[in-house]
Design a protein around this ligand. Structure first.
Ligand SMILES: Cc1ncc(COP(=O)(O)O)c(C=O)c1O
Length: 421
């Protein structure tokens, strides 16, 4: 059973919601920093431990800078993410470029920034060389175990996944790169998403450790770091438990001692690319109730929409909802909580039991600190919301303003400014 907490009291949040235009995302700096420190501490046994925060989870320089100050790097998968990371003070080998279907100019930009390039396919060796006219000193490959792993329910079966190098290709990848003069090698995988079972992560470490041994034996290449990807889940639902990361760390350490050390492969650096577990629980979408309506069901219509948080509509994901100021009232009303898009799946909750909701109430949608604002879009010309950071000293700062109509039309060419091609 997990608890859903708020970063401020109900009264303070209500005040904020009436002071600032809603909807908005609010991130809790103290909790994010504590989480980053706790992960680092748990893995202090692991040589060179680093989490390359998945920029896609919350691409905001204020968040990236906070994490960089804790020694985190950035996991990027596009050119804008690379540029944003650099602008946030993360550069060189603190950037992992884990992309797929990659344009050559993005390989080039990553190389020029000194980022670690993580190749998604054996054919990308040639593509990279064509793009750079050379090969980098360090290279990493993303491994897809195919039928050797089941994947988890969310990320799906590895055999069906578009990502990564297969089991029969992986050794050749390293042989080829060694032949081309690459000096340092990494090995990456990502076979889980929003996973709560820690043993799954430990088994992934086992798979990579054993593969390091195989690569050494068959290609004569020493893997210097493994990248476990992201995918550590968070308890979105009240009846879920957070992953026991202390157990995961212990399990991985035992495997390190029994596989890596005897094979003479120590020290092997261990890194992750976690996003969700770092910021997810510490972000909140604050939204006002515009209408409460009764049709064949009861609806609570709020001023946020899928533009602000897509997960419920996209994946049917559960996000807990608190009605501010009504914590002690019985949750005895059944509502669909909806946004205003012309899409019937624009719902934050279906058949959710809440206290009686009234127009003007403020709802807090929990666990929006990762893959929340960042997944937003502009369908129906819905403008995306602002983001605020609750700082450790209790002050609140805007770290992204809300989109305006002018932002929305900035790329359009109106009559008189049409561009002939
Ligand atoms: C390559 C890669 N690394 C890391 C992540 C971060 O995953 P999470 O935020 O679930 O930890 C993702 C998520 O999509 C990803 O695709």
């Amino acid at each position: 059973m997990s608890q859903k907490t708020l970063p401020l009291g109900h009264g303070e949040l209500l005040e904020l919601a009436y002071q600032l235009p809603t909807p908005f995302h609010l991130y809790d700096e103290k909790a994010i920093v504590e989480q980053a420190r706790s992960l680092k501490k748990l893995f202090s046994w692991a040589p060179g431990f680093c989490n390359y925060y998945a920029v896609k989870a919350c691409p905001n320089p204020a968040i990236l800078k906070l994490l960089a100050a804790e020694g985190f790097g950035a996991d990027c998968s596009s050119l804008p993410e690379l540029i944003l990371s650099k602008a946030s003070g993360i550069s060189g080998s603190k950037i992992m470029f884990t992309s797929n279907d990659t344009p050559s100019e993005e390989f080039k930009a990553a190389y020029e920034m000194g980022a670690i390039i993580n190749l998604d396919d054996i054919t990308h060796i040639q593509a990279l060389e064509d793009a750079l006219g050379t090969v980098p000193e360090t290279i990493c490959f993303r491994y897809n175990p195919g039928p050797d792993r089941t994947g988890n329910a969310i990320i799906g079966n590895p055999v069906e996944a578009k990502y990564g190098v297969t089991s029969s290709q992986i050794v050749d990848c390293y042989k080829i790169m060694k032949g081309k003069g690459v000096k340092h090698f990494g090995l990456h995988t990502m076979v889980a998403s929003n996973e709560l079972d820690g043993s799954y992560i430990v088994e992934t470490a086992r798979m990579l450790f054993e593969l390091c041994v195989r690569i050494k034996q068959e290609a004569g290449v020493t893997i210097e770091f493994i990248d476990m990807g992201g995918g550590i889940g968070i308890p979105y639902r009240l009846d879920q438990e957070p992953m026991d990361l202390a157990q995961v760390s212990k399990g991985m350490q035992a495997l390190y001692e029994s596989i890596i050390v005897p094979a003479g492969l120590a020290p092997l650096q261990i890194v992750f690319e976690c996003g969700r577990v770092i910021t997810g629980p510490y972000g909140y979408l604050v939204t006002k109730v515009l209408h409460v309506t009764e049709k064949y069901k009861q609806y609570v219509g709020v001023d946020a929409s899928m533009a602000n948080l897509m997960r419920p509509a996209l994946y049917g994901s559960y996000h807990h909802i608190t009605v501010l100021g009504k914590a002690h009232e019985e949750a005895d009303h059944l509502y669909d909580v909806t946004g205003s898009l012309c899409e019937n799946n624009d719902k934050f909750a279906i058949d959710r039991k809440l206290p009686k909701v009234d127009k003007g109430d403020v709802l807090v949608i929990h666990d929006t600190g990762a893959h929340g604002h960042s997944m937003g879009f502009n369908y129906n010309a819905k403008l995306r919301s602002a983001e605020y950071l609750l700082r450790r000293d209790g002050s609140v700062v805007m770290i992204r303003r809300a989109q305006t109509y002018d932002d929305y039309v900035a790329t359009l060419r109106f009559d008189g400014a049409l561009v002939e091609v």
